[in-house]
Write a protein that binds this ligand. Structure first.
Ligand code: UD1
Ligand code: CA
Length: 455
């Protein structure tokens, strides 16, 4: 049997007070609705139908790498009306799983449970018990008849007694395409909000004698919808704390589980240690015994075993082998590739450069578009002048070279094996192996110099 998913995401999200459609606001750097799409893709589903209302162009470009049926709900006349917009994409024999677009943490396991419950009944609802159910649709069960679900009543339409019910509708449910279409055809908007309520199909199912059952999420946060910035921030924190828990389960030492942010996929080896305020983005892989100092940002990078990254370092699309020493205040930009035992110290920027085993760039340097051999020492303040304002050129520094402090290496240029560059040099020509190159003004000392006096 095919499984069709309908995601309801046409709501304007007025309370976000933003020009961006609500579902494009991000949690852990990923649009809210994309969390749901990715989770849906992880279960065995055949089509995803997205009901949208606002910012269609923005949505389509943000979600362009997903295969979706786009269902415009031009006017938001209620959740039932929203589902109608996707009706034509749904086969009668399909199971149709309806999800809300603003609850990003729904999990694969919970969706699978809901789908499994549907196998033994006609309509399955995801429900949850809340201490404060205010505003939510209440699940009405018939106590005289085996606690069967008989209807969902919206808060605004509920009686005082019904408002005491704490079991609520999460908005997520599954039924057959045939049933859904028949019931949608009968919806009316004669209720407190003059909306076409999807929830009215529950009473229709009950009156046809259908079996209605429920499933519950593993974690309450999974069904929390986001309506404003406060809820978004709260859910972000809940999500981050969960990731922190999982990392600690895997043996990571976190200085403070409340002060780590993972916005993507973080893979860790054994005995990794992460100090406060680390931000991980994209795909980050940390080897065994890696240590990350406070306030580091690591994005799409791979850090080798035993590497130590000290405070305030920024690493993006870079790679280190084992036992490198980075920072504090180092910046590894895209294309930085560091061999084992490399040291990159404070206020050093590296871009598109391979640095060979055991080489050191310890202080205040810019190394870009460079090939650096093994056991090279780059003195403080050395700059590879890689750019003439139009084109980029390469600097080639071979094994065992020593570059004196405050040197400029004007690319394209090669410093051959074992050569030395005297401090303060501006190197514009190749330096042969084992030569000393000095390119700086000669020093003159003037004796008996008369210092200026105050006038
Ligand atoms: C709905 C349910 C309520 C449930 C609650 C859970 C109905 C009538 N009520 O309440 O029982 O407890 O969700 O959060 O279904 N949407 C559209 N088009 C519309 C209206 C809504 O796409 O015309 C989308 C929204 O973008 C949102 C979802 O449907 O993703 C739920 O809408 P929302 O207005 O938040 O829910 P309620 O109607 O308050
Ligand atoms: Ca509403």
């Amino acid at each position: 049997m095919a499984l069709s998913v309908i995601i309801l995401a046409a709501g304007k999200g007025t309370r976000m007070k933003s020009d961006l459609p609500k579902v494009l606001h991000t949690l852990a750097n990923k649009p809210i609705v994309e969390h749901i799409i990715d989770t849906v893709k992880s279960i065995d589903c055949d089509s995803i139908n997205l009901v949208y209302g606002h910012g269609g162009d923005l949505l389509k470009s943000a979600l362009s790498n997903h295969q979706l049926n786009w269902c415009l709900q031009a006017e938001q006349l209620g959740t039932g009306h929203a589902v109608m917009q996707a009706e034509s994409f749904v086969g009668d024999a399909d199971d149709v799983l309806i999800l809300v677009g603003d609850a990003p943490l729904i999990s694969k396991q919970t969706l699978e449970q809901l789908v499994a419950v549907k196998q033994s009944c006609d309509l399955a609802l995801l429900t949850v018990n809340l201490d404060d159910p205010t505003g939510m649709g209440r699940i009405v069960r018939d106590q005289s008849n085996g606690d069967n679900i008989v209807e969902i009543v919206e808060h605004k339409d509920a009686t005082d007694t019904q408002r005491l019910i704490t079991e609520i509708n999460t908005g997520m449910m599954i039924m057959s395409g045939q049933d859904l279409k028949r019931w949608l055809g009968k919806l009316s908007n004669s209720n407190a909000q003059n909306e076409y309520y999807l929830t009215d199909v529950i009473a229709m199912a009950a009156s046809e004698g259908k079996r209605i059952q429920s499933a519950q999420p593993n974690w309450q946060k999974e069904v929390e919808g986001i309506n404003n910035r406060k809820q978004l921030a709260a859910l972000e924190r809940a999500y981050q704390l969960k990731i922190a828990d999982e990392l600690m389960e895997q043996g990571v030492r976190l200085a403070d589980p409340a002060r780590i942010d993972v916005r993507g996929q973080l893979t860790v080896g054994k005995d990794v240690s992460v100090d406060i305020n680390a931000v991980f983005e994209g795909t980050v892989v940390l080897g065994n015994n890696v240590s990350i100092g406070p306030n580091c940002v690591l994005k799409d990078c791979e850090i080798g075993d035993g590497t130590n990254i000290e405070a305030f370092s920024h690493i993006e699309q870079a790679k280190t082998q084992a036992n490198c020493q980075i920072g504090p205040y180092a910046r590894l930009r895209p294309g930085s590739d560091l061999s084992a035992g490399v040291k990159v110290g404070n206020f050093v920027e590296i871009k598109k450069a391979n640095i060979g085993k055991g080489s050191k760039v310890n202080h205040l340097s810019y190394i870009g578009d460079a090939q650096i051999g093994e056991a090279v020492n780059i003195g403080a303040g050395t700059i590879t002048c890689n750019y003439d304002g139009v084109n980029k050129f390469k600097t080639n520094i071979q094994d065992g070279v020593f570059i004196g402090s405050n040197s400029s290496l004007v690319a394209p240029v090669t410093i051959e094996k074992g050569a030395t560059v005297g401090a303060g040099s501006t190197i514009t020509k190749a330096v042969a192996a084992d030569n000393l190159a000095i390119a700086r003004g000669k020093q003159r000392n003037i004796s008996n110099w008369q210092k200026p006096s105050k006038k």
